[in-house]
Design a protein around this ligand. Sequence first.
Ligand code: PGA
Length: 238
Amino acid sequence: MKQKIFAANWKMFKTPAETRQFFKVMTSFNLKAEMIFFPSAMSVEAALESTKGSSISIGIQNTHPKVEGAFTGENSSTAAKAMGCTFVLIGHSERRSLFLENEVLAEKVQFVQSLGLKAMFCVGETLSQREQNQTEAVLAEQLEKGLAKASSENLIIAYEPVWAIGTGKTATSAQAEEAHKFISQWLEKKNFKNLPILYGGSVKPENAAELISQIHISGFLVGGASLDPESFKKIASV
Ligand code: PGA
């Protein structure tokens, strides 16, 4: 049986009160699945408090790759760790496209790992890159750049085709499996052994079972469908 991981990216949704309400319901399900939630930075504390004593892990969506300093508006990885976060999301396509993060990703992965935090590193191609048969080249380049200073420990990869994020258009299980297999082979070649590879992009209760049945899909990174506890419960129960 493969180890399955279910991660939730809440983006800029949910106040602290809404976060507490969500976890009141979520923790009452007593699910055995491995679950990681990435609330917005403002709701991290509420998430940590309301999941204390459960097996749920909490991560932060973005941190700066320096210990401290004059970086107005940035989140500190050190503070996130001190609060009790165990994961940091790095390289999400919204960070890449809206906040122009690309060159800094390798440094972020390295810094987070040096603190003993786990990096969840995202890769994925746009629709036009897919249509021009560049998917594998794009994935290889993103992996090469982002993992340039990474170690195998404390690392999870998430494959999220940009065209499937928040669009309701999921990759077919065959398309997802093909990309996951490519990523898995790339990782093996570079000596990153046995890393979980999560799929993300419009995962819903209706398509989760089919996607998880693919050999190289270890779990999911879920956006929209993770905001409702009932819906995430169904996904994390496949
Ligand atoms: P989605 O988002 O599930 O809403 O498509 C996934 C993500 O951005 O991680």
